[in-house]
Design a protein around this ligand. Structure first.
Ligand code: ZN
Length: 250
């Protein structure tokens, strides 16, 4: 599932390849992916405009145009951005832009859980998990009785952490996913933030959250890549969670 690193890679691809190109035609007929817009509504706002900037906060991405309307794109559970390719079979391009130069930007999404929306509302999102300041991280993450893993995955607390990035980060920080978030001291919170930034940067560079050091061992009968101890497995915050009982004592 796309998490912050996958969305950042999509944003960087758009920034590199799609900016400055004029929109000739918009395919917005999928009323589920384009909800609440009617077919033709996004097209009317964007056709003739030029994409000028690509932004991201957490897993939310949005593109500015020279005419004013902003296009929000969300990759959902399995979506990706396809640039300048042929249309995908079976309508897997749920939303697409044809540029005047003949190229194309598509939201390719077999599972149809992505979104394309005008002027997206990002007011409820917390600060980006890769950019949040130390003071804001301490104040937002270090409170409450929710398990730490649930707290860092709460998009209104910090934005961008999904299931895999959470497990990788907690393993790097040596913190148990089940510890109540409010029990962490400042040193632990700072170490958690450093681990999150390191795990995020590494995943962006290497191609996504699946490249994490723990993630490759994250399976039944998997063991800690650092000490070889069999990993614990449980549902935490509603999600399947793996951790090392030696490095991440609860
Ligand atoms: Zn270990």
């Amino acid at each position: 599932m796309p998490e912050l690193p996958e969305v950042e890679r999509a944003r960087a691809l758009i920034a590199k390849r799609a900016l400055g190109r004029r929109i000739a035609h918009v395919h917005d007929a999928d009323t589920f992916v384009c909800r609440p817009h009617a077919p033709g509504e996004i097209a009317a706002a964007l056709e003739g405009a030029t994409l000028i900037e690509a932004h991201r906060q957490g897993k939310a991405m949005w593109l500015d145009t020279d005419r004013g309307p902003v296009l929000g794109l969300h990759l959902g559970m399995a979506g990706r951005i396809a640039m300048d390719g042929k249309p995908a079979p079976r309508d897997w391009d749920r939303f697409a832009i044809d540029f005047e130069d003949g190229g194309r930007l598509a939201l390719r999404d077999k599972r149809r859980l992505g979104r394309a929306v005008l002027d997206p509302d990002i007011a409820k999102l917390g600060p980006d998990a890769a950019e949040v300041t130390r003071a804001a991280f301490r104040q937002r993450v270090g409170r409450g009785t929710a398990p730490l893993k649930a707290r860092i995955m709460d998009q209104s607390v910090i934005a961008g952490v999904g299931n895999l990035l959470a497990d990788e980060t907690l393993w790097r920080a040596g913190l148990s996913p089940t510890t109540p978030a409010g029990d962490l001291d400042l040193e632990q919170l700072d170490s958690l933030r450093r681990a999150l930034r390191a795990a995020t940067r590494r995943a962006i560079t290497r191609g996504g959250v699946h490249t994490g050091e723990l993630i490759r061992h994250r399976r039944r009968s998997g063991s800690c890549p650092s000490c070889g101890t069999p990993l614990e497995r449980a549902t935490v915050g509603g999600r399947t969670t793996y951790w090392c009982p030696v490095h991440q004592p609860g």
